[in-house]
Design a protein around this ligand. Structure first.
Ligand SMILES: [Zn+2]
Length: 271
């Protein structure tokens, strides 16, 4: 190699390096623009439901001075679907909500502590000599019913009082719909036809973010009877979605998917 050739290469590499630095700083600047809008003043409050019981759980309220619909987001109805409630836990630290948002990160708090579908779900529903059932088959619950029915009732009461237009319930499934023994993973379930189009749009946008090896999400019109989605979609007649990530995937990936789905939802309703 001639000395001149060496300097030409060095010069080219320097140019490339400078180009990369400029590109990275432009990216960083763009990211900064996505930081909370100073015009968006969000007030956060919270209260507890089921107070004085081992099922006591926190409900967070966010009210922005910028317009947006009323949205409820629930995690932890099933305690072993941890990506859902971990994302809901982190969500209460967000500062960029618009409109009014209510979040119950750990609806079935004892189940989340035990990391079981419901307390005692691995022991015929028996935990500490109390009989539990699947919370997501007991909605709308009963004020004077079983322990599980009372938890469902308290959640319905606080959600109904808030009067939301949209509700999102964060879940996970043991397997994908595409598995040889299919379950509900990799799906957005919607509660009634008012949510059908938005569910389809969210799935389309979300699938664009996936790697070619990932299973694309699909929509599903059939929330199980007694589920949060079924009650608020069919009886209460709001627009309801259940996000179902696939527990065959790693936790970080599932949490990213839950967050990406939420961000796509917010983009749709805030624009
Ligand atoms: Zn679930």
């Amino acid at each position: 190699m001639t000395k001149q050739g060496f300097f030409t290469r060095l010069f080219k590499r320097l140019c490339l390096l400078i180009g990369i630095v400029i590109f990275a700083s432009t990216l960083a600047a763009c990211k900064e623009q996505q930081e909370p809008d100073p015009e968006n003043i969000v007030e956060r409050t919270s209260k507890k439901i089921l107070t004085g019981t081992i099922y006591e759980t926190e409900v967070y309220y966010f009210k922005s001075n910028l317009p947006g619909p009323k949205v409820v987001i629930v995690g932890g109805i099933h305690g072993d679907e941890i990506a859902g409630w971990m994302v809901a836990d982190a969500l209460v630290e967000r500062k960029d909500f618009k409109g009014e948002i209510m979040i119950i990160p750990r609806a079935n708090i004892l189940a989340t502590q035990l990391e079981q579908r419901y307390p005692g779900s691995t022991n015929n529903g028996m935990y500490n000599n109390v009989k539990y059932t699947d919370l997501n088959r007991e909605f709308p619950g009963k004020a004077d019913g079983t322990v599980t029915e009372r938890i469902a009732y308290a959640i319905v009461e606080v959600v109904t009082e808030f009067s939301p237009t949209y509700l999102i319930d964060l879940h996970e499934s043991k397997r994908s719909y595409s598995d040889p023994s299919p379950l509900l993973g990799d799906e957005i379930i919607y509660g009634n036809k008012k949510g059908a189009m938005l569910a389809l749009e969210m799935v389309e946008d979300f699938n664009d973010t996936l790697d070619p090896s990932d299973t694309p999400f699909i929509t599903d019109a059939n929330p199980p009877e007694g589920s949060f989605n079924h009650y608020f979609g069919k009886t209460y007649d709001a627009i309801t979605f259940t996000f179902e990530t696939n527990r065959q995937l790693g936790l970080a990936k599932r949490m990213k998917q839950q967050n990406d789905l939420l961000n796509i939802f917010f983009q749709k309703i805030w624009n």
